[in-house]
Write a protein that binds this ligand. Structure first.
Ligand code: 4AD
Length: 471
């Protein structure tokens, strides 16, 4: 098999290992180690002081024991407080306690940064809302740090998957001159010095923050066959929901030489399942922590999701299912007629109740979807899909792209687009067009799925949503 990673390990440059690797390593008994981190809690007794110290590499950190053998250390220890930044030297030894396998018997302690007693984090569990208002400190608390370790692992899993399928990672621009999705939810970019009358002078035209890298990824796919891009995208979403951010990360894959929507679904499913498996394999401690807050259903749900394929149904079948429920139970607020959008109540029903697992809904009516999606032979629907996930709703959107020059031109004209502006996009169809398709995974929604958390604001380090752009 082809190896995608260099086999030469880089030299270790740092004098300290992370707590995670100290605890994982099979270190000989009573080795002296050096570690640095932040104090999570301190328990002081007369002649001994116990401090939980964490450097963010694990959920629990390590218990450091400072005792009376070293009066100087103890006096420093007694000045320790939650939140302080410390450097500890000591012996890593087996712990007699039930809570941890190893602990640190400290020989020397140095306070690198004392912590003011206004520090708001305590040992008790703080609410997610409380922590959201402390964005600059929340990565130091359990949920905030666990989520970011899962975020890291999920990103690693995605990169691994695409490397294994020989995709090329490419970077698409943040500044764009178009609205790829046609939804009008773009942020306009203007220089800070611009007056209203000179707003569009810098680029000599209106320019926006990208809502999706797809059209640019299509450029690369027409030269590299399989590409992906992973970066921030921006949407001026006015609606305040638990699933929408103004700035979020999207993984977008684009591949030439596929001509069936099922091939696209296969790749999407495999990328999500591989990533889920990677997170299960590498974040066991964090997932066990999240499992507690989901009535112990999270792990079971994640394991089941990688054991068998996701469900698949067409939009037309989905409408049929929804209409039958509506006739029987009258449970939906919005219409369930062919041609109407699926609302979140419909998506929730299909994924959580009807299928009880992730479900692909394919082939939506053309008029509900953007211009670039490939028109099916029926002339009414397009070769596209949404992946709906229990508890989250839409996680992925993707489609076969219209590769026929004449059909695409007509669709753009019909959508009232300036065809000349998109000459470059049409060129891709003029110069060696290939059947192709792709999809975009909302990374924060993937993290809701992986952690069981309910609000996308919890899974991004510094969230931005309508009315909120603090620091
Ligand atoms: O369905 P969307 O709009 O698809 C596209 O942008 C395509 N051009 C992607 C492609 O084919 N390359 O967005 C993709 C996903 C959604 O399924 C959802 O998970 C997420 O992006 N998403 C959001 N996540 C957080 N906040 C928002 N405001 C989001 N809008 C979409």
């Amino acid at each position: 098999s082809v190896s995608h990673y260099s086999t030469v390990a880089p030299k270790q440059l740092f004098p300290t290992k992370t707590i995670k690797s100290l605890l994982a390593d099979n270190q000989p008994k009573d080795t002296e180690v050096l570690l640095r981190g932040w104090v999570r809690s301190v328990r002081k007794q007369k002649q001994v002081c116990f401090a939980m110290v964490n450097d963010g590499s694990t959920l629990k950190g390590i218990q450091a024991i400072l005792n009376e053998d070293d009066a100087k250390n103890l006096s420093v220890a007694f000045r320790l407080s939650t939140g302080a930044c410390v450097e500890l030297k000591g012996l890593l030894s087996d712990s007699p306690g039930q809570e941890q396998a190893k602990e640190l018997q400290v020989d020397a302690v140095r306070v690198l940064g004392e912590c003011d007693n206004s520090y708001p984090l305590q040992k008790k569990r703080h609410s997610l809302e409380f922590m959201r208002n402390l964005g600059h400190l929340r990565a130091r608390a359990n949920t905030g740090s666990a989520v970011l370790r899962v975020r890291h692992a999920a990103s690693e899993g995605l990169h691994q998957f695409f490397a294994s399928q020989e995709f090329i990672l490419t970077n698409t621009p943040i500044l764009t001159s178009g609205d790829c999705e046609g939804g009008g939810e773009v942020f306009k970019v203007t220089p800070g010095s611009a007056t209203p009358s000179t707003q569009d002078e810098f680029f000599k035209k209106p320019v926006y923050l990208t809502v999706s890298g797809q059209l640019h990824a299509e450029i690369m796919a027409s030269a590299f066959s399989r590409v992906y891009t992973f970066g921030p995208v921006f949407r001026a979403e006015e609606s305040v929901t638990s699933r929408h951010l103004a700035e979020f990360w999207m993984l977008e894959a684009e591949m030439s030489f596929i001509d069936q929507i099922d091939q696209l679904l296969d790749v999407t499913e495999a990328s999500i399942q591989h990533t889920t498996r990677h997170v299960l394999d590498t974040c066991a401690e964090d997932l066990a922590f999240f499992n507690q807050w989901t009535d112990k259903t999270l792990l079971d749900r994640l394991h089941k999701s990688i054991e068998k394929p996701f469900a698949r149904m067409t939009y037309t079948e989905a409408i049929d299912v929804l209409q039958r429920v509506q006739d029987k139970e009258k449970r939906f607020e919005f219409p369930t007629v062919w041609g109407s959008s699926l609302q979140s109540e419909h998506e929730r029903y299909l994924a959580s109740e009807y299928c009880g697992r992730p479900v692909f809904v394919t082939d939506y009516p053309a008029n509900l979807k953007p211009f670039y999606m490939r028109t099916n032979n029926d002339g009414k629907t397009v070769g596209c899909f949404d992946l709906l996930i229990p508890g989250v709703g839409e996680l992925v959107g993707g489609s076969m792209r219209e590769e026929r020059l004449d059909v695409l031109t007509q669709k753009m004209e019909l959508a009232g687009m300036n065809v000349e502006e998109y000459g470059w996009y049409l060129d891709l169809r003029k110069y060696g067009s290939a059947p192709h398709g792709g999809y975009g995974i909302g990374f924060e929604r993937l993290l809701l799925w992986l952690t069981g958390l309910e609000n996308v604001r919890e899974v991004v380090p510094v969230p931005r949503w309508v009315g909120h752009c603090k620091y």
